[in-house]
Write a protein that binds this ligand. Sequence first.
Ligand code: ADP
Ligand code: ZN
Length: 701
Amino acid sequence: MCAWCARLSEARGVIARVALPVPRTPPLDYEVPAGMQLERGDRVRVSLRGRPLWGVVIELAPDAAFTGALQPVEQAGGPVVSPDMLEVIAEISEGFWIPLGLCLGRILPRPARRRARRLALAVPKAEVLPIIEELERRAPVQARVLQQLAQGPLDDGELKRRTGARAEATRRLIEKGLVKADPLPFSFRLTEARRALRLTQEQSHALNALEGASPGERFLLVGPSGSGKTEVYLRLMKEVRTRGHGALLLEPEISLLPQVWARAGGALGDPPGVYFGGLAPGERWRVWKDVLDGRLHTVVGTRSAVYLPFPDLGLMVMDEEGEGLYKQDAMVPYYHTRDVAEIRAARQGAVLVMGSATPSVESYYRAERGELRLLRVTQRVAGAPPHVRVVPEGDRVLTPDLVEAVRRHLDDGGQVMLWVNRLGYFTGASCRDCRTFLPCRACGSSLVFHFAERCFRCHVCGVSADRPTCPGCGGSRFRLYGIGTERVEHEAQRHFPRARIARLDSETADHGGEVLAALAEGTLDVLVGSQMIGKGIDFPRISLVGAVNVDTLLGSPDFRAGERAFRLLSGAIGRAGRGDRPGEVIVQSDQAEHYSIRRAVHGDFEGFYREELVYRQALGYPPFVRLGRFTVDGAGAERMAHTIARALGDQGIEVLGPARLPARRGVPRWQVMVRGDESLEARVKEALPRPASSVRWDPRV
Ligand code: ADP
Ligand code: ZN
């Protein structure tokens, strides 16, 4: 405790300002009882309108001006966040116009005493179904547990709540080898450190520059996939830890964590912590607390790990920097991981390294202008660049060229990856009688047919329908079309009945660790998957990549669609030939001349960037301007959107819209975009008072 705080809490009449996780409630003042020691960043229990609540102390002040009676702080719960991080989070709360208490409530994990176990099926779902039937009479509780776990892994406590099962039932199932318990959501072995591995000249040059960085310095490390960037991050982490500082390695998606965790463990000598949103509550709290208390110095995680309260942070690495998943867009608190990382770098003097084969256009632009220090590795260390060719897809799922290539690579003992840009079996449907396209009833997006569940599902809003009817004629017979992961898996099985084939996409991700482990061990021949398998995964035995249904990447109206297409396709291509076998890639596309596809096929980021920049400048998009966006939902959304647009327009701010967005679960949504220069955010905040909580503001689209 600092001397000032100590003096304060000894004095009588100290006031704690407490941020509470309640909408529309600013931080409130409470009286600190004599004898209670508090610091900023402590959890405290207080009452709000007679209701007990846990909040966070954001300020301590002597009682000077206030004369009325304040309610007391009822209980002190110890530190949950460092004063440093409190300020970082306050900056995010200001920037996005989200009350600080709500931000803290979402970002800070809740204390949980027990180390939760995560329970999952230890055998494939198909094998469990007959066992469940058999157990139903003899051991109904065990049957219920299996039934529940067949839907996906669960924490101990949650499983107990849903099934009423005592520890005994779970223990029996674990003994039988049907269920496994694991603190991590994936099973992966640490890889051996490759001591013999000597850095290339380019890698050494980059590492030297990074090791000599000044506090707060920001880098962009650009190099094709397989050029040894991860190797550089890991060595840098080790160096930073040796110097006694914390080091954080961020990946855009959970599927990338198992491998990087294993590699980091090998490189560092002991396993780093793992942190991401879906971690069991007990585990989340333990990692958070270990970091806060200075017991844990290295962590790999996804975007929410950017908030981990390292007391002495030395390094943040953001791998695959351009990846859209780094933006939290789905719920409060909205943020871009990059913004949080930059705030932390500036406040805490940590070095920030953003790395990618396909950095965002904005970051590369900043690097060219010297705002980020640009480092390059250009040579692939993992094998030669693959041989890439484009073949027209037409209305086929797997083209003869691809089928022939798969056969050839399997015969040679290689592994094959089939990358598909869509989930599900069929990705669209239209009425056989009147040809009307079948939309989601809640939001109007196209419905995707899932074969395993025999149902249609909307991937935008999550609504599903067993037996939809045609909105045009009421008919119930549909023509199904489009190619999703499930359909490609099915086709691959048909062509290669003896091959060992597995699918990995967001629907099967719970078994992701097992699938990737099988790939590493060579007990899998063909991996079919969605976008998540095209990123960052390093499996040297994959010699062939087939990219299927690529053209659906190009249809989106978002101004970043071209960038996204280039990035995803480049990522998929980069998975081939990372070992000793020469790599081959077949891209199925009818738009080979589209610049995103053409440049990705040639592995030409610079060329892509130049073309993209011309288009961004001509149409007035970032990085040449700043775009901000208001999103409003609820019954009054339309009126509110117009009110906002008028208020901003009156202040001379360029307004685009208002425009109607697809409804979410039946709730109408509207947006108002604004365009301007660097001063946009300040001008918007001047023009508008803090808006109602149904309005969301994103200062940087
Ligand atoms: P990137 O992150 O750029 O895709 P990685 O660091 O994953 O590249 O390296 C790709 C593969 O090459 C990995 O298997 C890694 O162990 C190996 N590798 C990295 N650097 C070297 C090196 N200097 N010599 C030999 N192999 C290397
Ligand atoms: Zn929908």
